[in-house]
Design a protein around this ligand. Structure first.
Ligand code: KG4
Ligand code: ZN
Length: 337
């Protein structure tokens, strides 16, 4: 079964063709990041406009690379939640028009479910049940993946998401947007034990809180500025990254241990972080747990992951008709069409 998948929830216009859920036939991602970088973050109105301009070309390119005509595909999958509402609506309306005109099934896909599914494309043997740590620009979740379309959220962020914390700390350190990868690179040159940063507590031990940590970094920078002192930027990046990675790893491993689950996966844009990949791999090995990590190409937003999850939603009968809407927020475990 060939699924044409469309993703437009934030600042990447993406389309892919995925065969039988597990094989990426083609994948095209058009990023708008250079333009948003000028403003220090994603500007929703600009994102929507660029999606409108790019979507026809991106979808055509994905079909061309797959050597398929639109009429050859068996279904259309599209990200419908969560994300920037104007951005999501571009993909959803395009997919609805295509599915209606071609008389093909329309499959609505939750963006975070897509991030989790990215692991199925890279690891053919991976099957539920397992536990997944989802860390992206907008989300930090500890998820119990009970089945391909059955999820339980054990913990989530109570304030900033992990990627958001990286980006805000990076901004304070003077790096361009999105700063996660700049912190990652600077951290490689720094001493991670140089600056002591707090690990905020949460009422639910599996929830995350990153805003206090971000504020601690900002205060450190302001204090140094006021005293005319120069901070060791690489070591500050390394100390921040180490603290975030330890928080994520400790909570995730504790949740998996409590559930008696020895199969783990990592997903989302922050899964690209080299420190997190190392810290989590070492902890999983120490606890005798198996860890699946997506390749860098599947960590950030892409449509192949949407095509993969779309296949499993299709098998579960989770289809939509032309009244499908987009939603800016939606919990992972509650699907609404
Ligand atoms: O999943 P994603 O592409 O978009 C959302 O769904 O949010 O995640 C983007 C986030 C950004 O916050 C970005 O800074 C972060 O992932 N990110 C990283 C790295 N690469 C991307 N954070 C830390 N280290 C990285 N290497
Ligand atoms: Zn994402």
């Amino acid at each position: 079964m060939n699924i044409l998948a469309i993703e437009s929830s934030c600042d990447e216009t993406a389309a892919a063709v995925v065969r039988d859920g597990r094989e990426t036939v083609s994948s095209v991602v058009a990023t708008q990041i250079d333009e948003h970088r000028l403003y220090g973050g994603v500007v929703p109105e600009i994102a929507s406009r660029r999606h409108c301009e790019s979507i026809c070309g991106v979808v055509s390119e994905a079909l061309e690379k797959a050597e398929l005509a639109a009429s050859d595909v068996d279904a259309i999958a599209v990200t419908y939640a969560p994300g920037l509402i104007g951005a999501l609506l571009v993909g959803v309306n395009f997919a609805k028009g295509l599915a209606f005109s071609l008389n093909k099934p329309l499959i609505p896909v939750h963006h975070i479910r897509g991030h989790i599914a990215a692991n199925y494309l890279a690891h053919k043997e991976l099957e539920p049940p397992y536990m997944c740590l989802v860390v992206s620009g907008g989300h930090s979740h500890i998820v119990e993946v009970r089945g391909y379309t059955e999820f339980g959220t054990l913990g989530r962020t109570v304030d900033d998401a992990a990627g958001e914390a990286f980006d805000k700390a990076a901004r304070a350190m003077g790096f361009p947007y999105p700063g996660g990868v700049f912190i990652d690179n600077a951290a490689k040159q720094g001493d991670p034990s140089k600056y002591k940063l707090p690990k905020p507590k949460t009422a639910n031990p599996y929830d995350f809180s990153f805003s206090g940590l971000k504020t601690a970094v900002i205060n450190l920078i302001h204090n140094a500025d006021q005293k005319g002192e120069k901070l060791d930027a690489n070591s500050l990046a390394a100390s921040f990254q180490k603290t975030v990675c330890e928080i994520l790893t400790e909570k995730f491993i504790a949740a998996a241990s409590e559930k008696g689950c020895a199969k783990l996966a990592l997903a989302g844009g922050v899964a690209a972080n080299s420190g997190l990949r190392e810290t989590l791999s070492a902890a999983a090995e120490k606890h005798g747990m198996e860890l699946y990590i997506p390749p860098l190409s599947l960590c950030g937003d892409n449509a192949a992951m949407i095509g993969c999850q779309g296949y499993y939603e299709f098998l579960a009968g989770n289809l939509a008709n032309e009244s499908l809407n987009a939603y800016a927020t939606m919990s992972l475990d509650a699907a609404r069409f």
